[in-house]
Design a protein around this ligand. Structure first.
Ligand SMILES: C[S@@+](CC[C@H](N)C(=O)[O-])C[C@H]1O[C@@H](n2cnc3c(N)ncnc32)[C@H](O)[C@@H]1O
Length: 271
């Protein structure tokens, strides 16, 4: 079971729609774009660990991959199975409750592992390395890992750009994030997320290397665009959207700006 506050956060049921709203739309498109840059064409076995309600798993299944989804939350598994039933020509191969720390898949059984969630909810470094070791164990040699983390500066930038810093409680949790990366939302204030660890890019790279991966890249997913107060105005205009995406591709791996983002995506390869 996830920690109580994390479970309460996800039991609000917002995960299924998250990537269809605000800068979630940018997170989705950029994550898909980056994943597709690295993926070989199907057939291939993909394990989506912490796959939530299945947005990425269902997309990859539609593209022809064999996709297994694992998540801690029963609600998300239920939602993923319902959505899978709605695409009968491309269903998930399986969706079940499980923990990234100990996975019920054989060694060397996957071509690709997505870890787009568990790493930022594991607040201890040892647990994050353990989850990454499990991902490495179940991958075939040369298999690919896509690991999402949240930037150390996410709350600061969100707070500044979207006004949350006028709230003293948000200022307090932001100070904690900036000090040691330990994000907490004791009042379970809606919109202020839940228990998590916020990374520097070099930290996730060292964690992945410690777990046995060759790190190919760490990329900013949304970049500063994820914090734009007028995001929809840009996104709804095709010319402006393409302009935005082009500039994000230019800065995505620039170490001088990479932490100015909500999410980082690290790509690792099993030797
Ligand atoms: C923000 S959601 C992301 C869902 C999806 N991967 C996405 O990117 O949209 C984080 C997910 O990770 C799951 N999770 C957190 N810790 C986990 C763990 N140790 N093992 C498996 N799933 C976990 C949560 O239940 C939640 O569904």
């Amino acid at each position: 079971m996830p920690a109580e506050d994390v479970a309460a956060y996800y039991n609000q049921g917002r995960e299924q729609e998250r990537l269809t709203r605000d800068s979630g739309k940018l997170e989705l498109v950029r994550t898909q774009e980056i994943i597709q840059r690295y993926l070989s064409p199907p057939p291939a076995a993909v394990l989506d660990i912490g796959g939530g309600a299945g947005v990425y798993a269902l997309w990859l299944a539609r593209l022809g991959y064999t996709v297994h989804l694992v998540d801690l939350m029963a609600l998300h598994i239920e939602q993923a199975l319902q959505a899978s039933a709605r695409q009968p020509d491309h269903p998930l191969a399986s969706a079940r409750i499980g923990n990234a720390l100990q996975l019920d898949f054989p060694d060397g059984s996957a071509d690709v592992v997505l870890l787009l969630g568990p790493l930022y909810h594991l607040t201890e470094r040892g647990d994050r390395v353990q989850a990454l070791r499990e991902a490495c164990r179940i991958l075939k040699p040369s298999g690919l890992l896509f690991a999402a983390t949240i930037s150390r500066f996410a709350s600061l930038l969100d707070g500044l750009m979207r006004g949350f810093l006028t709230d003293a409680r948000f200022a307090e949790l932001t100070a904690q994030d900036l000090t040691d990366g330990q994000h907490r939302n004791p009042g379970q204030q809606p919109g202020y997320f839940t228990t998590a660890y916020f990374h520097y890019p070099t930290e996730i790279q060292a964690e992945a290397a410690d777990a046995g991966f060759q790190v190919e890249a760490t990329l900013a997913v949304e970049g500063p665009a994820g914090f734009m107060p007028n995001f929809d105005q840009f996104w709804d205009d095709q010319t402006l959207r393409q302009r935005l995406l082009r500039l994000l591709r230019i800065i995505e791996s620039d170490p001088a700006i990479i932490s100015a983002t909500g999410h980082l995506l690290t790509i690792g390869r099993k030797p």
